[in-house]
Design a protein around this ligand. Structure first.
Ligand code: KIV
Length: 283
């Protein structure tokens, strides 16, 4: 990090409030080395990104969860490279200096290196700084190829929603010893392949802590306990915008549903009683 005098300071000597937000893939490991928890939230559109640009979150994830929370589908399988690029472009228009990670959609890492490169480059051209790829087994070489091609990649293990049909639902993963060992091996393989950080979704917290301690890159948990090096939540969940969906691992940090519905009700009332629009609001 550059001090105001142009000298290089070590991250440890920089007070937390003055630390630069994550501005490159290397910023993830630097945050972990400095003991700074990483905060990531999802965003799918420009106006949300614009609001989050002025918040203290570190990075925005254009998740393929867009299929569920924006498009109302039951899972993420319908996401395509084109749709992810469209959402990414919108987020990039509002995100200011925030680091943007975009999800590579269903099967996009399973059709070989050339297909993955096409998809990842479309997301980077749309404004992403890194792509996130679910799973490891069978496509670690593809991830390594992207990293060696200059594309920062974030990993994602545990409950990988693109595998939902094979997993038989959205369930906590790696509960038994064999599955926990396999997940640890996958995490180490991903680190070796060069991923900049690793999302751990819905796994026992003891395993997430062990994985976090075994890796130099940070883990970013969702439903993986407090031992991770950061946390990610879906924006609609953390804002309390999905009152019918309250997963155990999430927490509404605002009552967004009441805010929305209250605003709409106040508008309807003002129209019906004739107080909106006023003279000042008319031409
Ligand atoms: O798509 C998404 O929003 C995600 C997060 C839940 C990590 O992958």
């Amino acid at each position: 990090m550059e001090s105001s005098g142009g000298n290089v300071e070590s991250l440890e000597s920089v007070p937390a409030a003055r630390r630069a937000p994550i501005s490159s893939a290397g910023g993830f490991a630097a945050a972990k080395a400095a003991g700074t928890k990483i905060v990531m939230v999802t965003a799918y559109d420009a106006w949300t990104a614009r609001l989050l640009a002025d918040s203290p979150v570190d990075c925005l994830l254009v998740g393929d969860s867009a299929m569920m929370v924006v498009h109302g589908e039951k899972d993420t399988l319908g996401a395509t490279p084109e749709l992810m690029a469209l959402h990414t472009r919108a987020v990039a228009r509002g995100a200011g200096a925030k680091f943007i990670v975009s999800d590579m959609p269903f099967l996009s890492a399973r059709k070989g290196e050339a297909h993955a490169l096409d998809c990842a480059s479309a997301l980077l051209r749309a404004g992403a700084h890194a792509v996130k790829i679910e799973g490891a087994r069978g496509h670690v070489h593809v991830i390594r190829h992207l990293v060696e091609s200059g594309i920062p990649v974030m990993g994602h293990l545990g409950l990988t929603p693109q595998w939902v049909r094979g997993l038989g639902g959205f369930r906590v993963q790696a509960r038994d010893q064999a599955a926990a060992k396999a997940l640890m091996e996958d995490a180490l393989d991903l680190e070796k392949a060069g991923v900049c950080a690793l999302v751990l979704e819905c796994i026992p917290q003891a395993l997430a802590r062990d994985v976090s301690q075994a890796l130099e890159i940070p883990t970013i948990g969702i439903g993986a306990g407090s031992g991770c090096d950061g946390q990610v939540l879906v924006l609609q969940d953390l804002l309390g915008l999905s009152p019918d969906f309250r997963p155990r691992f999430s927490r509404p940090f605002a009552d967004g549903a009441s805010l929305f519905q209250g605003g709409a009700a106040a508008f309807a009332e003002a129209v019906r009683e004739g107080s909106f629009p006023s003279e000042k609001e008319s031409f």
